[in-house]
Design a protein around this ligand. Structure first.
Ligand code: CP
Length: 305
């Protein structure tokens, strides 16, 4: 049965994930045509409600919805009555009165998309809630991974960095594990939680982690905005210990290891400049695939209004 909302990856079965990934393939093929549009959501309305900044997720959802022929409204939070103190609940009630079919929401509070989904008949899509989940990022990462490795079972992905604050780490790890991928975390002890997903290896030493033999090194953005306490001595030190430095890049590119990153990147922190021009860096492919993956999600949902 079709779902009303798309709030996390954890509640999806492997079959549901694979179905969404299969659905994204013809949507991606559409991008090579002169007319990049299908009428699937003609007459439907999609509202983008972003309480936190975004470049990729916001614009790619907008493009995805438009390529499905939906009408899209980007709710301008900083210039709305939110700044006059209007609550999220009242904002949703107001928007609900306009009979919106889909609400794409990003908020700093974990669990808020679920609360909205319970309040409204519109289909709610989580575009990132606090450090909890970023399920469409997970899906687009899995789609990108599968393009490179169609047989996912037994492949290895090393996720590097600020696991503690990362909703991307949570969602991407979860979806990859569902596809049979082995996942390991690498980062400072202060940023790699001891408890967490089962079956995930944990490393604090870069060399040791690379000996594990990852097929993909997935770098996380260092999130200055979510760190109210210093978790490592300095950005320079982070780069030296956990970043892909020029020296490490030579080895990684020599071995043909793929690199992923959800963006936005901090050059000189998670990676050196050369990584961005490496033919096995999949960052731009991730962004392109974000549109196809989000089209698949929008297409799969059934609003209850
Ligand atoms: N990857 C990601 O969520 O990027 P944005 O914050 O730019 O949407």
């Amino acid at each position: 049965m079709a779902r009303k909302d798309f709030l996390d990856i954890a509640s999806l079965s492997r079959e549901e994930v694979e179905l969404l990934l299969e659905q994204a393939v013809p949507f991606k093929e559409l991008f090579t045509r002169s007319v990049k549009k299908v009428p699937a959501l003609k007459g439907k309305s999609v509202l983008m409600l972003f309480y936190e900044p975004s470049t990729r997720t916001l614009s790619s959802f907008e493009v995805a919805a438009k390529r499905l022929s939906a009408d899209v409204t980007v709710f301008d939070v900083p210039h709305s009555s939110v700044v006059k103190g209007e609550s999220v609940k009242d904002t949703i009630d107001t928007l609900q009165s306009m009979r919106t079919d889909y609400i794409v929401v990003r908020h700093q509070r974990a669990g808020l998309p679920l609360a909205i989904a319970r309040q409204t008949g519109a289909s709610v899509i989580n575009a990132g809630d606090g450090a909890h989940a970023h399920p469409t990022q997970g899906l687009l990462d899995a789609f990108t991974f599968k393009e490179v490795f169609p047989e996912t079972d037994g492949k290895k992905v090393l996720i590097v960095g600020d696991i503690l604050h990362s909703r991307v780490a949570r969602s991407t790890c979860t979806v990859l594990q569902k596809l049979g991928v082995e996942v390991a975390f690498l980062g400072p002890g202060s940023l790699v939680p001891k408890k967490g997903p089962e079956g995930v290896k944990r490393f604090t030493d870069y060399e040791e982690a690379m000996k594990w033999g990852p097929d993909v090194v997935y770098l996380l953005r260092v999130q200055m905005e979510r760190q109210d306490a210093p978790f490592f001595p300095s950005l320079r030190e982070y780069h030296k210990v956990y970043g892909i430095t020029e020296e490490r890049f030579k080895r990684i590119s020599g071995e043909g290891t793929y690199i992923m990153h959800p963006g936005p990147v901090n050059r000189g922190v998670e990676l050196c400049h050369a990584v961005m021009d490496y033919e096995r860096t999949l960052i731009n492919q991730q962004v392109e695939n974000g549109i196809a993956a989000r089209m698949a999600v929008l297409y799969s949902l059934k609003p209850g209004i």
